[in-house]
Design a protein around this ligand. Structure first.
Ligand code: GLU
Length: 315
């Protein structure tokens, strides 16, 4: 099977130092594996998207010499596919409508003695699993507990069995950089949203459907997304889709130690000086500095060799 990797930016603003690290890491991994590299514009959440950001990101990538092997895929044009996947899950009894508002959820959790704490995610209490009781459907959720505990035995190849498994106590998977990972998705995350109350598709569902559609074999992205991976592995399995290999790359942190992000006003990379921006991204990835005067092509080639030595890309 040939290697296919991807970079999947949300067009909420231009590329900044942090998103360039994810772009460069995924490009280097594809290049080091003689694979293909695709770009997917994750514009499933229009209220968060910024006009012109997708075009700017593509221009910034091009200025950095990171050229996708196919025209980019836009998630906003793929809603029929997300609907089909949701229909499949519903037919399999693995997705259900939910009528709960945030206030309903808080009240149900409080009734169980689970007080609201800032920044602590509490699993959905499962109120609508047994039906809506006449209330109007708002969102649609994945039946995590049911799938995690009663997963029908699926034929998995030996290769994938070595890199992930699903059992009653959760999902285990092997990250190429972070090593062995485990999350009890049912206990820690619960029944997560597939389609939101505002009718928009969740990141989890869209990313799983599109990674499969594009034939992605290797996902390289920022470490902040690590704890989404077990949810995505569950969805892949529930939809009968293959599970790619994962590598979560280091994050760029601001002076306050927080992840650099568009929401926190990270400045756009300066695409008029692409080698400086690439050099900084390479440094975050633990790659050597390019010699003074190296061209962009020479720098990228040097970093791809160094990348291959560090991360030993799987065939
Ligand atoms: N669109 C997501 C982001 O910009 C990345 C999704 C992914 O790589 O899986 O944070």
């Amino acid at each position: 099977m040939g290697y296919i990797g991807r970079f999947a930016p949300s067009p909420t603003g231009p590329l900044h130092a942090g998103s360039l690290v994810a772009a460069l890491a995924s490009w280097l991994d594809a290049r080091a594996s003689s694979g293909r590299w695709l770009v997917r514009i994750e514009d499933v959440d229009p209220p968060r998207c910024q006009a012109g950001a997708a075009e700017r990101i593509l221009a910034q990538l091009a200025a950095c010499g990171l050229h996708p092997d196919e025209p980019p895929l836009y998630q906003s044009r793929r809603t029929d596919h997300y609907q089909q996947a949701l229909d499949t899950l519903r037919v399999r009894g693995l997705a259900y409508p939910c009528a709960c508002t945030r206030r309903d959820i808080d009240a149900a959790l409080a009734a169980r003695g689970l007080a609201h704490q800032r920044h602590v995610e509490r699993p959905y209490p499962g109120t609508c699993r047994a039906g809506l009781g006449g209330r109007a459907a708002r969102a649609c959720r994945f039946h995590t507990e049911k799938y995690q505990s009663n997963r029908p035995p699926a034929p998995t190849s030996q290769a994938s069995a070595a890199t992930f498994s699903i059992a009653t106590d959760g999902v285990r998977w092997l990250d190429r950089r972070l090593g062995a990972q485990h999350q009890d998705v049912a206990a820690q995350v619960g029944d997560f949203v597939l389609r939101r109350a505002d009718g928009l598709w969740s990141y989890q569902l869209a990313v799983v459907v599109d990674d499969a559609e594009q034939g992605i074999t290797h996902i390289v992205r920022g470490e902040d997304l690590t704890d989404n991976t077990p949810r995505q592995i569950l969805l892949q399995s529930a939809l009968g889709l293959p599970t790619p290999r994962y590598l979560h790359a280091p994050l760029v942190r601001g002076e306050d130690g927080e992840k650099l992000s568009k929401q926190h006003g990270a400045p756009a990379i300066d695409e008029t000086r692409p080698m400086a921006a690439l050099g900084q991204a390479a440094q975050v990835l633990g790659l050597p500095a390019a010699p003074p005067g190296a061209t962009q092509g020479e720098g990228l080639a040097l970093w791809a060799l160094a990348w291959a030595r560090i991360y030993n890309p799987a065939p």
